[in-house]
Design a protein around this ligand. Structure first.
Ligand SMILES: Cc1cc2nc3c(=O)[nH]c(=O)nc-3n(C[C@H](O)[C@H](O)[C@H](O)COP(=O)(O)OP(=O)(O)OC[C@H]3O[C@@H](n4cnc5c(N)ncnc54)[C@H](O)[C@@H]3O)c2cc1C
Ligand code: FES
Length: 254
């Protein structure tokens, strides 16, 4: 990793508080692998001081893309970036999804959790069969469907809590059935914490290997501040920034 001064190429509002940010970074785009994240400096002043973490949605050297949701001050400042702005970006950071070939992988994305999942599908679809379950609260929160069209997916299942898009329900509504019917051996998931707990309640009874891409509050992104620790079953506290963000779901003390 290194701290790179990068140019903003595009910052497109997809819908409401959701944006796709295209950044020029030869260094990060050449090195990032699925699961990695970056820390973006959101302001040239001291306020807010801390960089903010974002998963990588896609790379196509010399570019990287970030899909983000405005939730507070930092992400609001990111939404104000304009083409040509120069920003400081630290990365690539964190571990990655495990190497897998000749498997049936089920990707599970909740809302903005589609970001690392999209990157993973692009890389893993060459040597694996990929299915995707994508859910969100409503149509408003379930975006980028056009970008999913060119992907090679065996199964694509969409869910919304209010039924405004796809089937009414959530990513676990047909999870057991999908895993069994599609011969899934591995799951990769990203979304809110409560989503992981519901997924694990289903998958822990099945013979799948399950990997979650976690979010946590992060101060530094590279292991020195301990703001991002989680409790694991066998290895005590682990840092989401350097031991993760990808964890084997069996390892986490849910
Ligand atoms: C490894 C990693 C990858 C991420 N990838 C993405 C991504 O691809 N797209 C995206 O939109 N966001 C992503 N996030 C979350 C993103 O970092 C936060 O939304 C952002 O830092 C919020 O900053 P803020 O100043 O706008 O909000 P703040 O004012 O700091 O917080 C606003 C609200 O969001 C909550 N919040 C802030 N940070 C987090 C967090 N890390 N996890 C859960 N809740 C949080 C706060 O508790 C508060 O309720 C990722 C986080 C991590 C750790
Ligand atoms: S964010 Fe500082 S140790 Fe993880």
């Amino acid at each position: 990793m290194r701290d790179d001064i990068c140019n903003i190429v595009e910052n497109i509002q997809i819908q409401g508080e959701y944006y796709l940010l295209k950044i020029h970074s030869e260094y990060i785009s050449a090195r990032a692998i699925p699961g990695n994240f970056i820390m973006i400096s959101v302001s040239s002043t001291m306020e807010p001081l801390l960089k903010r973490p974002f998963g990588i949605f896609e790379t196509d050297p010399p570019y990287i893309w970030i899909y983000y949701q405005v939730v507070g001050k930092g992400s609001r400042l990111v939404s104000e970036f304009k083409p040509g702005d120069k920003i400081s970006v630290l990365g690539p950071l964190g571990n990655s999804f495990p190497p897998v070939t000749n498997q049936s992988i089920l990707m599970i994305a909740g809302g903005r959790g589609i970001a690392p999942i999209h990157f993973a599908i692009k890389k893993y679809q060459k040597e694996n069969k990929i299915s995707l379950i994508y859910g969100a609260r409503s149509k408003h929160n379930l975006n980028l469907l056009d970008l999913l069209k060119p992907l090679t997916l065996q199964v694509l299942l969409l869910y919304s809590d209010d039924g405004s898009i796809g089937k009414r329900g959530n990513v676990t509504t047909d999870l057991r059935k999908t895993i069994q019917k599609s011969g899934i051996s591995i799951t990769f998931s990203c979304g809110p914490d409560n989503m992981f707990k519901s997924i694990y309640q289903v998958t822990r009874e099945l013979k799948t290997r399950d990997y979650a891409s976690l979010e946590a509050l992060m101060g530094c992104g590279f292991g020195i501040c301990y703001s991002c620790v989680i409790q694991t079953r066998k290895s005590g506290y682990q840092k989401v920034c350097t031991d993760g963000p990808i964890f084997d779901m069996d390892e986490i003390a849910w």
